[in-house]
Design a binder for this molecule. Structure first.
Ligand code: BMA
Length: 322
């Protein structure tokens, strides 16, 4: 039998870092089952990952790892930055997962939207920090079932905007990408679907969700989203692209028909949940024209893939109108 890595398609827009995985539970400073689905942000000369760590009870918390080049020599905190606090936030009873980090220019603060795993199912929670040392948990902002959420970095017509993925009871399990608005980051309304899951045999049929937070480019907001295609042996989590209008992110300018990244390597195909590539964070290095995509592989390790920003934009601009 051939090694599945021999089937790697070389024309993918994102190239895997040759030393993947970049973080595993083996080098964690304390006992952990898996480290994956990290949020990412560049702060001055340092890349900060807020890593989802699954403990040996099955619950997740979030711990910081830092690196100068975003690839090697990760300094991992020996304690969680954010942990479930079900006594104060009952919705965190079964853990907190999958953070997306956004710097809010006007406020000079970072927002962290994450999944709180409540009795009623996963929901969207928000925490705010200036320095990644002290965190102000705002609490839940969307009821279950809802996840894959990120804020935009500024207001639109006086309101903050949130991308998220509620799961409806009709046609379940399914879910489209929605946008909602708030005057104060607490009260949300004006909910609208912006990107629909496709149907039938598509790679992004039935269930899609935002990957990293929206990335501001000259052409529009670049959206990297996942599609979960159901198969006889579980779902395959692959990634596609969309482009939203800068002034009005409800307007989808382009959307890729094909996926641009998906599980191929052994570390993406074998793990606690096989066949999963799941990014919650990306860092743009404008000088190098690079987009560093940080993704969880098989719900087990943290990996990195790198794309050229101009190639990614050229590709999405060649895709069908949204
Ligand atoms: C999604 C999320 C992710 C996870 C993925 C694959 O629904 O819960 O945290 O990586 O499933 O298990």
């Amino acid at each position: 039998m051939k090694d599945p890595t021999e089937y790697v398609i070389t024309s993918e827009l994102f190239n895997r870092y040759e030393k993947n995985p970049i973080l595993t539970s083996a080098e964690w400073p304390y006992r952990a089952n898996a480290v994956f689905n990290a949020g990412a942000v560049q702060i001055e000369d340092e890349t900060l990952l807020l890593v989802r760590v699954e403990d040996m009870c099955g619950f997740s918390h979030l711990t910081i790892a830092r690196s100068k080049d975003g690839k090697t020599n990760w300094k991992i905190d020996d304690h969680p930055a954010l942990k479930p606090q079900p006594d104060v936030y009952p919705e965190e009873i079964w853990g907190i997962e999958d953070p997306r980090i956004m710097y809010m220019r006007e406020r000079g603060e970072y927002t962290i939207t994450y999944t709180a795993y409540s009795y009623g199912g996963p929901l969207v929670s928000l925490a705010i920090t200036e320095d990644f040392q002290r965190f102000n948990k705002i609490g839940s902002i969307m009821p279950p079932e809802d996840k894959d959420a990120s804020l935009f970095p500024h207001k639109f017509n006086g309101r903050w905007a949130l991308i998220h993925r509620p799961v409806p009871i009709y046609h379940a399990p399914s879910g489209h990408i929605w946008i909602s608005y708030s005057p104060d980051l607490k009260h949300w309304g004006d909910h609208k679907i912006i990107i629909k899951a496709r149907d039938g045999g598509w790679w992004d049929a039935n269930k899609i969700g935002l990957g990293p937070p929206p990335i501001e480019t000259d052409e529009g907001w670049l959206i990297i989203y996942h599609g979960a295609k159901r198969t006889a042996s579980g779902s395959i989590y692959r990634l596609g692209l969309a482009l939203l209008e800068l002034e009005n992110p409800e307007k989808v300018l382009r959307r890729s028909s094909e996926w641009v990244f998906g599980p191929r390597m052994i570390y993406e195909r074998i793990g606690d949940v096989p066949g999963v590539t799941f990014p919650c964070g990306a860092v743009v290095d404008k000088k190098k024209n690079e987009l560093l995509l940080y993704y969880g592989a098989a719900d087990t390790t943290m990996c990195l893939a790198i794309g050229k920003i101009d190639e990614i934009l050229e590709y999405i601009l060649s895709c069908p109108k949204g």
